[in-house]
Design a protein around this ligand. Structure first.
Ligand code: DGI
Ligand code: FE
Ligand code: FE
Length: 173
């Protein structure tokens, strides 16, 4: 991957390990998931489209782009090409962009660390970091709400799983 992406990946690992220490995550799983989470981020679209078509992925994925593909196919490629066998690690990679209705501690750590790693700079990132070190579930909610608001502002297509994550973690009832 590019130097820029690799720096991001190392930042996610560093942040994820801090969260794991605080919340009791397994550091080996956390490191592996963090280091592999964007493994497919820079693959050409044609390669990803061929995988979706030929490896039995939901063809509805073709309505989206690499932003949505790289987690789902990244888990597949980490298993096939790198030999990552830990299903919990693969799931954290798979869910890292969209989140999910049900998330393990590992899933949450990777999802949140990706958002607040030291290289991230956007309005609200400081607040997101404070929330993350106070309450991990609230950090999942905070990030989901910010991401969804941003996507709506941009008028881009929302992947159903992103909405499921919002309904589960953000909606108060
Ligand atoms: O891969 P990273 O840039 O480190 O971060 P990421 O995997 O969390 O997110 C990649 C992008 O995906 C981010 O700009 C937000 C976007 N995204 C998240 N959910 C959706 C989405 N894009 C679309 N179109 N629809 C979604 O539901
Ligand atoms: Fe990503
Ligand atoms: Fe990332």
């Amino acid at each position: 991957m590019s130097e820029r992406r690799f720096t991001h990946v190392l930042g996610v690992e560093e942040m994820a390990l801090k969260l794991a220490e605080l919340y009791g995550g397994n550091p080996e799983q956390v490191s592996l998931a963090a280091l592999c989470h964007d493994y497919a981020k820079e693959r050409p679209d044609e390669e990803m489209i061929a995988l979706i078509k030929n490896q039995g992925f939901d063809l509805a994925l073709l309505d989206y782009g690499n932003q949505i593909w790289h987690g789902i196919l990244g888990a597949y490629l980490a298993k096939e090409e790198l030999g990552v066998a830990d299903e919990e690690v693969l799931q954290a990679i798979r869910l890292h962009t969209t989140g999910a209705k049900e998330m393990t501690l590992l899933d949450k750590i990777i999802y949140v660390a990706d958002f607040i790693e030291p290289g991230r700079q956007f309005p609200g990132v400081e607040e997101a970091r404070i929330v993350a070190f106070n309450n991990l579930d609230e950090a999942v909610a905070y990030e989901t709400k910010q991401t969804l608001s941003h996507l709506i502002d941009q008028e881009v297509k929302i992947y159903p799983k992103t909405i499921e994550t919002y309904n589960q973690w953000v909606v108060k009832n």
